[in-house]
Design a protein around this ligand. Sequence first.
Ligand SMILES: C[S@@+](CC[C@H](N)C(=O)[O-])C[C@H]1O[C@@H](n2cnc3c(N)ncnc32)[C@H](O)[C@@H]1O
Length: 233
Amino acid sequence: MNTHHKSLIILLALTLLAWTATAQQPRPKGPPPSQGGIAFTASTLPKDDTEKKILAVLADVNATQRRGNMTVPEQDGRILRVLTESIGAKHVVEIGTSVGYSGTWFCLALRSTGGKLTTFDIDPDRSAKARENFKRAGVDSMVTMVLGDAHETVTKIKEPIDLLFLDADKEGYLDYLNKLLPLVRPGGLVVAHNMTQRMADPRYVKAITSNPALETLFINMETSGIAVSLKKR
Ligand SMILES: C[S@@+](CC[C@H](N)C(=O)[O-])C[C@H]1O[C@@H](n2cnc3c(N)ncnc32)[C@H](O)[C@@H]1O
């Protein structure tokens, strides 16, 4: 072995040693370092006094009425607002009003698009609370509430829908889709909540993933699970 070969082997051995030492360094505990000190969390910052008032009611409902009323998490409410406002929705239809939490997030968007919300629930007590919450948020003039079994009452809708939100009986989603998809305008959205493997009705999942007229995304699957289906133009 000549000197050249010897130096090459020593160099290789040193590189291997350095690589092994680095690979064996213990990983630092805790969250990964933030990028330049930026924390990747966000909440809605009110743009004006009206938004501030609506957000205050949302925070109160979230803090005091969430238990037992199955309202969407705040982050999902923000997603609903962004979807609604970004497609310029004029008519949102919601199945499952509960106490009006998600409905108020829709109204936050609809006040800037000049749109309205039609929302359905079967439970009179929750609907009464929702009516109260819409009123104190000052969005009640944008909302039509329909009380009764939505499988029957949705047949009253005759107008086009820009965004359909399904958040009631999970096994009923397919029936709601069959009844209302023809009214969703091309370019409109069908948004279904609780799409985790544990909660979703497989028949609904099949319907939204096997229809070539729809483009479906599943988001937030590590938490509540939301299916967003675009009705293609
Ligand atoms: C998960 S909660 C809705 C939460 C609401 N979207 C929110 O985030 O504020 C489901 C609601 O669906 C309603 N519901 C269940 N079955 C229904 C049906 N067949 N017709 C209408 N509403 C129904 C329940 O009464 C309940 O208030």
